[in-house]
Write a protein that binds this ligand. Structure first.
Ligand code: PRX
Length: 664
């Protein structure tokens, strides 16, 4: 596969625009978990020994016999022969070690001081200890069993940010069911598709989710599509907002009814190291989302190691907060499995950063004395826009470490984050990774790595990354295609029920043992990596990964649309934004813009709502009829169009340019 947009190094310099470096603060380096620079060399010399050292910190029911079997790449088998249970590692062993009273989750409702309607609210704040979370998880596990769910069954989870969501995931892990979480901001249509692709037997959802004070129905939305999910037998409903959703006899059950009846004791199922833990659908180059499959032991090893070292976690004293949603991989790895496996105390916040006011996050940090905070560049840029008076009004002195994830962070946002939120004293870890990698791959280690604003720096110990040109030649310094050249424990094992696609997408570009990431990156003179963006048709809007093809196929499913082409353009706030060019089906397409934007939001989710819809008579196409998206991109960003002679009808470009300018 060729890097379609290999950036030139000159361009990048302009993009990055800063030469500053930040060595680890001395006070930090001395006490950091990773304060021995030799771990990099040790891990490189004996990667299997490095990872098995982390695996050995887990609790095993039966020990593993072999660290890694990589004899037939890309089939990886980590910790073969071992048996363990992920939920027991996240809960039981902490309770057994005498830490049952330690708080696992400090839950904060959207508007905790004025919780509005809500049956689960408990005054808007809940503090759930490890013992309590274990009990809830065991009850849910037994409830699922009572519905006939067992090992290997797929359970959909479509819930807001609640402790119940965590318990539902861990309950699946406890009985060997495979969870398939769908982000609560996705539409019911997206839920349907993901449940159909995975043959889900049960779905756990809520009556509604609170968004800016208003309950938005979830169960009712699910009801409209549930009949089309042939394998779905049960829907379990968490009563979050007390909205009395319609319930179908036999199929639908309230969470609290099931839990009241359930036995509080459910022994963890001994799972094989390579048994599936979960599926998580993410966007790929084609319209159909990819069901990334993670297995048990390797995944747990990867998230435990990275969570501990990258965030310098000290479970006895830290208050950790990852601001992502559980519905994304960041939530899976760094709200649920990593922090709980490490016995951390985490904040979990239900709502938006600016509801009811723009200081909501800073209020939470002050209230709980948060020490480690992990969020996305888009959120940081939004906070910058709202103004520093909001963080300045709060005592943020408890913070000692800041993290960033999901998209490249521009140096200006990095510096603001460091100065305004971190008071100039907190190291920043810009963590690069993906749903497929399961855990953080390229990142500074606080206490060890000198950081540069905008660079994710260097691979985590045991990870080997490099940059290749289109012929597969390594680029020591400069830009090209990012690849990972050594297997790692938390790597995706397959795409659920699409193994061929898994191999084609990730393991055929440069050989069956080289993982093709799908990002372009540059390596500088210090060996630091600078992620530039995707090289495929995936775009990243506000840290959310979307497929342009998925948006296109949604647009053409609207009877008013004959053809559509979707591109991502740079956006100051959201990193990238969606622009869609559409040809109307009959009619002149007047007033279609809003309708189509709403249509996409309804079909996929609000996160996919195009920023602009441009209605045109025709689209620039090659003689063979292929839409030239490059030209649409150039028009959208005001670039010189370059060579248009390969177009079937070069006149079309003028019309599209005119429409783009007129409809601005
Ligand atoms: O393009 C990279 C970008 O997000 C993609 C992965 O998206 P997803 O699977 O949704 O996972 C997001 C959270 C891990 C990557 O291919 N990306 C992620 N983190 C960074 C990033 N780009 C630059 N810097 C990062 N720190």
């Amino acid at each position: 596969m060729e890097a379609k947009q290999s950036p030139q190094s000159g361009e990048l310099h302009v993009l990055l625009g800063t030469e500053q470096t930040f060595p680890p603060p001395e006070h930090f380096a001395a006490q950091a978990n990773a304060n021995d620079p030799q771990i990099y060399e040790q891990a490189a010399a004996d990667p299997e020994g490095w990872w098995s050292g982390w695996a050995d910190k887990l609790e095993w029911i039966e020990p593993y016999e072999q660290v890694l079997d990589w004899s037939e790449p890309p089939f990886a088998r980590w910790f073969g022969g071992g048996r363990l249970n992920a939920s027991a590692n996240c809960l039981d062993r902490h309770v057994a070690a005498g830490n049952g009273d330690r708080v696992a989750i400090l839950w904060e409702a959207e508007d905790a001081d004025d919780p509005g309607s809500g049956s689960e609210r408990d005054g808007g704040r809940r503090s759930v200890t490890y013992s309590e979370l274990l009990e809830m998880t065991q009850r849910v596990a037994n409830a699922l069993k009572s519905l006939g769910i067992g090992q290997g069954d797929v359970v959909g989870i479509y819930l807001p940010m609640l402790p119940e969501t965590v318990a539902a995931m861990l309950a699946c892990a406890r009985i060997g069911a495979i969870h398939n979480v769908v982000f609560g901001g996705f539409s019911a249509e997206s839920v349907k598709e993901r449940m159909q692709f995975s043959d889900a037997k049960a779905l756990v959802t809520a009556d509604a989710t609170l968004r800016r004070g208003e309950p938005t129905p979830m169960k009712k939305a699910v009801d409209a599509v549930a009949g089309e999910i042939a394998t779905l037998e049960h829907i379990v409903v968490v009563d979050r907002c007390g909205t009395n959703p319609p319930m179908s006899d036999g199929r639908d059950h309230f969470w609290h009814d099931l839990l009241d009846r359930a036995d509080p004791d459910c022994p963890p199922e001994p799972m094989d190291s390579e048994d599936p833990l979960y599926i998580l659908y993410t966007s790929g180059s084609t319209g159909k989302p990819k069901g990334i499959l993670h297995t048990t032991a390797g995944y747990l090893t990867g998230v435990t190691a990275t969570h501990k070292l990258v965030f310098d976690l000290k479970p006895e004293t830290d208050v950790y907060w990852c601001g992502a949603d559980v519905g994304w991989v960041t939530g899976h790895s760094y709200i649920v499995y990593g922090p709980l496996a490490n016995g951390a105390t985490s904040v979990m916040y239900e709502g938006a950063p600016n509801y009811p006011a723009e200081d909501r996050w800073w209020q939470i940090i002050e209230r709980y004395g948060v020490t480690i905070f992990y969020t996305a560049p888009t959120a940081i840029r939004a906070c910058m826009k709202w103004g520093r008076e909001h963080p300045d009004a709060h005592d943020l002195s408890s913070l000692r470490l800041l993290g960033s994830v999901g998209e490249p962070i521009n140096p200006r946002a990095w510096l603001w984050y460091r100065e305004v939120i971190g008071g100039g004293r907190c190291p920043i870890v810009d963590t690069w990774w993906q749903t497929e990698t399961g855990a953080i791959m390229i990142t500074p280690l606080p206490g060890l790595t000198t950081t540069k604003p905008g660079s994710a720096t260097i691979p985590f110990p045991g990870i080997e990354a490099t940059i290749l040109d289109s012929a597969g030649k390594e680029i020591e310094r400069g830009a090209g295609t990012l690849v990972l050249t050594r297997p790692w424990p938390s790597m995706a094992r397959t795409l659920y029920r699409e193994h061929e696609r898994f191999i084609e997408t990730y393991w055929q570009g440069y050989g069956s043992d080289v993982y093709l990431v799908g990002d372009a990156a540059r390596r500088d003179e210090d060996g630091y990596f600078w992620i530039v963006g995707r090289i495929d048709d995936v775009i990243n809007v506000a840290g959310h990964r979307l497929s342009t093809m998925e948006v296109e196929s949604t647009l053409v499913s609207n009877p008013g649309v004959a053809e559509a082409a979707v591109i991502g353009i740079p956006d100051e706030m959201t990193g990238q934004a969606i622009v869609a060019f559409v040809i109307p089906e009959g009619g002149d397409g007047d007033d279609m813009e809003k309708e189509l934007r709403d249509y996409v939001a309804e079909k996929i989710g609000k996160l996919a709502r195009p920023k602009r819809i441009v209605v045109c008579d025709d689209l620039p196409k090659t003689r063979s009829g292929k839409i030239m998206r490059r030209i649409l991109r150039d028009i959208s960003v005001g670039e010189d169009l370059g060579d248009v002679t390969t177009l079937r009808d070069p006149e079309v470009v003028k019309d599209v340019e005119r429409r783009f300018a007129e409809q601005d």
